[in-house]
Design a protein around this ligand. Structure first.
Ligand code: EPU
Length: 418
């Protein structure tokens, strides 16, 4: 096991360069196996979730290489093998392989995917789309066997704008016969990145980034290149670090529009931001205004930034209210923030009340999931004294070189085995 140790209260200044988006890359890699030729994916982040997907690629006998930092995948000769449970449970995105294999071979055997423990996370919307396109879905406990004589384009309405179900439906529909329309599709920038990649291969997708996506099925997908968009959640996390304890901390290589919900919230809190074409700069300040925050699908306030933002809300001058509408169990960080000196009340599973400002002090805490861990790293950077964050593997799933990036701007941070 690994832990991060932070000696807090050191001002952060300089530039932090943002990497490729985890939630794009983890879909682009499975999407690659729909191609019958070599595809290249640029700006893939160096995180452990990508290692887990590479393991699946190799297991399926795809050829995986790298030239000048660009990932190359050749799936011409891949085998449609059942993906074992110990691989699929490592991450949520493993089920993108379920859809890509179904789209390519019209048959797939797989287990329920893994992912952070932040709520139930059912996959009913994805299964509904498979069925609408003519597939037979057989469930044996955790295991799914999905088969189709033919995949036929269909009109699919998602009960909620699910990112996973939107991606999965696109992956199955690109090679289906006829046209598929996804209503109430997720509008996240990652969806646009994935649709662009599929279109570069020869797919015919329009409307990605809106709530109606139209996919005209094609019979062949070939060579393609795509660059992973910058990680808006990594960018948002470091921007919050700058608001907590930065002095001209500049977050570089971002698409500022992708984090509008956060930057507008920071302005509401009284921060003055320096926003350029591809960077956002921020400095900490005294007397931060309290705010109300509600998580929503894009372009609303991202649930993945909810826990990191909570650390900043502990420093506001008064009561802030935070409502989590996407997941039913995304407050595991609160216990540890309170142990560090925060004053946060859980109103119910969806709402918390943050009474600020609080003086944070270092102690031993635990990263229960990816973004809870990021929240605690931020708290540790602000706190007086030393914080030990256990089970930091959760954080390494989604933040590349987090120790190196923070150390380069002035943090006293190290990672070690325990
Ligand atoms: N939902 C259903 N049925 C479904 C699909 C979703 O009830 O078939 C519910 C979920 O339980 C959840 C909500 O709908 O309450 C939204 O789920 P969504 O499908 O949008 O989430 P996801 O695809 O599982 C991705 C990201 C998450 C991010 C969400 C929301 C990946 C691999 N994961 O998850 O990222 O929180 O979208 O933006 O892309 C993270 O990076 O920390 C993370 C959890």
């Amino acid at each position: 096991m690994k832990q991060i140790i932070v000696e807090g209260n050191n001002v952060l200044s300089g530039n932090i360069l943002i990497g490729g988006a985890k939630n794009s890359a983890v879909a682009l890699i499975p999407a690659a196996i729909l191609s019958d030729d070599i595809v290249k994916i640029d700006n893939v982040p160096d995180i452990s979730d990508i290692d887990a997907l590479n393991e699946i690629l190799r297991y399926l006998e795809a050829e995986v290489g790298e030239t000048d930092g660009i990932m190359e995948i050749n799936s011409k000769n891949i085998k449609n093998k059942p993906i074992p449970e110990e691989i699929s449970k490592k991450l949520r995105a493993s089920y993108y392989f379920m859809s890509a294999l179904l789209g390519r071979f019209k048959k797939v055997e797989m287990y329920f995917p893994g992912g952070c423990s932040i709520g139930a996370r059912p996959i009913d919307q994805t299964l509904k789309a498979y069925k609408a396109m003519g597939a037979l879905v057989e469930e044996y406990g955790n295991k799914y066997i999905i088969t189709a004589d033919e995949l036929i384009g269909s009109h699919v309405y998602l009960d909620m704008p699910s990112v996973g179900a939107t991606v999965n439906t696109m992956l199955v529909a690109v090679k289906a016969k006829g046209t598929t329309i996804i209503e109430n599709a997720a509008k996240e920038p990652e969806i646009v990145n994935i649709a662009t990649f599929l279109n570069n291969m020869g797919a015919k997708i329009t409307g990605a980034g809106t709530s109606e996506i139209v996919i005209k099925g094609v019979s062949y997908l070939g060579k393609a290149y795509i660059e992973v968009i910058p990680d808006r959640i990594e960018a948002g996390t470091y921007l919050i670090a700058g608001a907590l304890i930065g002095n001209n901390l500049r977050i570089c290589n971002v698409i500022p529009e992708h984090i509008d919900a956060l930057t507008l919230k920071l302005k509401e809190m009284g921060f003055k931001l320096d926003i350029g074409v591809d960077y956002v700069g921020v400095s900490a300040k005294d007397r931060i205004k309290p705010v109300r925050v509600k998580t929503l699908g894009y372009p609303g306030f991202a649930t993945d930034l909810q826990q990191p933002l909570t650390t900043l809300l502990t420093q506001c001058d008064g009561i802030s209210i935070l409502e989590e509408t996407i997941y039913e169990n995304r407050f595991k960080n609160i216990e540890f923030l309170n142990a560090m000196g925060a004053n946060i009340e859980k109103i119910d599973n969806r709402n918390i009340k943050i009474n600020g400002p609080s003086h944070l002090s270092g102690c031993v805490v635990e990263a229960t999931d990816l973004r809870a861990g990021a929240c605690l790293v931020l708290a540790a950077l602000k706190a007086n004294g030393v914080t030990y964050i256990k089970e930091i593997e959760h954080v390494l799933r989604g933040y590349e070189n987090i120790v190196e990036k923070l150390r380069a701007v002035g943090a006293k941070i190290q990672i070690e085995d325990y």
